[in-house]
Design a protein around this ligand. Sequence first.
Ligand code: BJW
Ligand code: ZN
Length: 258
Amino acid sequence: MSDRVAVDARIVSALRAARRVVILTGAGVSAESGVPTFRDKQTGLWETFDAAELATPHAFQRDPSLVWGWYEWRRATVLGAKPNSAHRAIATMEKLVPHFTLITQNVDDLHERAGSTGVLHLHGQLSRPYCEVCHHSYDHPEGIPDLPQGGARIEPPRCGACGAMIRPGVVWFGEHLPDVAWRSACEAAKHCDVFFCCGTSSVVQPAASLTDMAIRAGATTIQINPNATDYDGSVTVAIQGPAGIVLPRIVAETWRSA
Ligand code: BJW
Ligand code: ZN
């Protein structure tokens, strides 16, 4: 998509009139920072790695060193990445609308590093490991781990309080989403004027159902994705293009004179 293509007038007018704007982001928003998505053909993590072996509570119980080492490699990847123009456009939009809610499925903290505040993390954060038994949270040591592609077996550290294993701070398949973040996300989706779903395949539940909530609430719904999703026909506007081009264009066009 050329960055000279005009932004759909429905988006500009809906955003200018909006009091409440919500953005739901997925892995595609970080793709232009070099962070791999999960399900893209050839480049997605699940093309090379087996989600059942790595992203479930059962996988961690069966082989904690494999899982911890893989997440340490993922953490090294995101620490080595920088926020891109999509993250920055979202951080800018937060300052331009009266009520703004950013909901992310991403665990990389690139939104915060771009300046976004109050981000609702539906699937946790790589930076926030916690004890699998007493849930005490821990900080990782300073620095970027030096690991080969895909990681290496690393014994998870132990909790100083109870001695149990410390686990990655992410939400695995079959686990419930953090309650406060999920409730806040539902409230925001049900009461917004404009809702973006951006860089997500919209196949993982319950996150994808937020778009249905916004559609049912009568919001102007905008999908930004270079590829088709099951929501192409149900959102108000489906823009086929990379978030790093489309989002800055929308911000520039809507708030030209702001
Ligand atoms: C670009 C781009 C660019 C590329 N610009 N775009 C059947 C029906 C309904 C639900 C279920 C079901 N069977 C099982 C479930 C539940 C399950 C689920 O949804 N499974 C489906 C896969 C079928 N969900 C759960 O288990 C959730 N919990 C739950 O439901 O709790 C209730 C419950 C508990 C117990 C029993 C029963 C119910 C938890 C889900 C946790 C998801 N975890 C992961 C891993 C996190 C940790 C980690 O990082 O390793 O979260 S999976 C992975 O998928 C990750 C992501 O956040 C999530 C979503 O992926 P996302 O962000 O959409 O990425 P992709 O790769 O899929 O898409 C990227 C998109 O970007 C693509 O469309 C590209 O085209 C696009 N793109 N470049 C813009 N430049
Ligand atoms: Zn503990």
